[in-house]
Design a binder for this molecule. Structure first.
Ligand SMILES: Cc1cc2nc3c(=O)[nH]c(=O)nc-3n(C[C@H](O)[C@H](O)[C@H](O)COP(=O)(O)OP(=O)(O)OC[C@H]3O[C@@H](n4cnc5c(N)ncnc54)[C@H](O)[C@@H]3O)c2cc1C
Length: 430
């Protein structure tokens, strides 16, 4: 509590906006508020358990060593404090007290007048036994680093094994989930083996020893994307000698093996779960807000629903809710659908509320879950918004050009993030 008071949260202002989550959604909203709010109009605070924004689209490259971890971790203070002049607190949000209008964090209580939940999603194991214990995730930076460590350690250990069978066993990798993460990861692993690691291990036959199997319960790879893309990806995976097994639902993961409903147990030294995500704040709302979360729209197996719009009823006052982020966005982008920039609605809601014009209680769920926001609506309910495609997100990333210089193209803005030297990202890793 002392920390929070020291930061000035004790003082009373009438427009305290607290944003939970510095992912794509939270960052986008900060940018939008920065453009729309007049100086001093609101007291904006961003909370995140990490002091960096994670650029998830390239996480698989960290897992295969193509990029160093700091290349995908962007320091939040750069945007929030230095550029927007808002406040940033690195802390874990533990609970939201809707009645008291306060966020309880690991470091104390933070009051708000308006709360935006953009806390993203968590890995969805669909309740399959053993996934958490025996498979590696691919959602967080530490998980991608662990995948990389496991791959490289397997090669090191295999190289000193005299028994060829044992070597092959150690170099057997299974990726579960043939969505974008699983497909990209499998392909990138083969690239790593075929190029970066070829010639480095005297006893490993790089063409025959390592094997990659990609499992999915569905009918095709990249099931959420356009069918043509799926076909191209399947062809490419075949060229890369990735053994794709579709219609293979996983029933259990045990130490060193995957059990499926359709065939024998598959043994592997490294098992990666890329099976998807489920909404974090949606679950949290269900657990922590006296059952109010049940009013939030639900999708199949905890995924975000795909409805274009949904209204949330019975969430009067300060209401917390959110949508996590699935990966359908890429499919949607691939289909070239146009989507409205929902976070702008979030910031308009905040502006309208600030001007005493409450908006109608409504939840918006865009078709693209590239990122999500929810703005508790003073009038009645909770507003959920999603960002559209990555290109739009790229626009929201800070422009590395000096202030006053000609704005750069979105791609140029993303580039320094990938090549990390502009921002001194090293400092961002906790
Ligand atoms: C491996 C991977 C690859 C992806 N590739 C793509 C892609 O190529 N294109 C695409 O469009 N989408 C992609 N996605 C999906 C995309 O990352 C998400 O849709 C997007 O990150 C969602 O944004 P968000 O702001 O809702 O949540 P997030 O980006 O997850 O941000 C949530 C933030 O909230 C913070 N947080 C969570 N809980 C708490 C708490 N209790 N206290 C404090 N802080 C908290 C987290 O630290 C995080 O910074 C990918 C996802 C993954 C996992």
């Amino acid at each position: 509590m002392a920390l929070i008071l020291a930061l000035g949260f004790g003082r009373v202002t009438s427009n305290r906006i607290v944003i939970v989550g510095g992912g794509f959604g939270g960052l986008h909203l900060v940018r939008a508020l920065e453009r729309r709010l007049r100086p001093g109009e609101a007291d904006v605070t961003l909370l995140d358990r990490n002091n960096y924004h994670l650029f998830t689209p390239l996480l698989y490259q960290v897992a295969t060593g193509e990029l160093p971890p700091h290349a995908v971790a962007y320091p939040l203070r750069q945007t929030i404090v230095r550029e927007a002049k808002y406040r940033f607190v690195q802390t874990n949000v533990e609970r939201i007290d809707l009645e008291a209008h306060a966020v309880d964090t690991a470091d104390g209580r933070i009051p708000y007048d308006r709360l935006v939940l953009a806390a993203g999603s968590v890995t969805n194991d669909y309740g399959i036994p053993g996934v958490r214990e025996h498979a590696l995730g691919m959602k967080y930076l530490a998980e991608a680093q662990e995948v990389r460590r496991r791959i490289l350690t397997s090669f090191e250990r295999a190289d000193v094994l005299p028994d060829p069978e044992g070597r092959r066993r150690l170099l057997t990798f299974i990726v579960i989930g043939a969505g974008p993460v699983g497909v990209e990861l499998s392909a990138s692993m083969r690239d790593l083996f075929d190029h970066s690691l070829r010639g480095s291990y005297a006893n490993i036959d790089i063409d025959r020893d390592p094997s990659i199997t990609l499992l999915d319960a569905g009918e095709r790879v990249l099931a959420t994307m356009d069918e043509r893309l799926g076909r191209v990806a399947a062809r490419r995976l075949e060229e890369l000698r990735v053994d794709v097994r579709l219609r293979t639902p996983v029933s259990e993961v045990v130490d060193g093996a995957v059990r499926t409903k359709t065939g024998p147990e598959l043994r592997a030294s490294t098992i990666v779960w890329a099976g998807g995500v489920r909404d974090l704040a949606r679950s949290a709302a269900g657990e922590r807000t006296s059952g109010r979360g049940r009013h939030l729209p639900r999708g199949r197996a905890g995924r975000s629903p795909r409805h274009r719009r949904r209204r949330v009823r019975g969430m009067a006052g300060q209401t917390a809710g959110a949508a996590g982020a699935g990966r359908r966005s890429r499919g949607a982008s691939a289909r070239g659908e146009s989507r409205p920039p929902h976070p702008r609605r979030a910031d308009r809601t905040i502006r309208a509320q600030g001007q005493g014009r409450p908006r109608r209680a409504r939840t918006h769920i865009g078709r693209s879950p590239a990122a999500s926001l929810s703005v508790p609506d003073d009038a009645q309910g909770c507003r959920l918004c999603r960002l559209s495609c990555l290109d739009r997100l790229a626009r929201e990333l800070p422009d590395p050009a000096p202030r006053g210089a000609k704005p750069r193209k979105p791609a140029d803005r993303v580039a320094p993030l990938l090549f990390h030297d502009t921002y001194g990202v090293e400092h961002s890793l906790a």
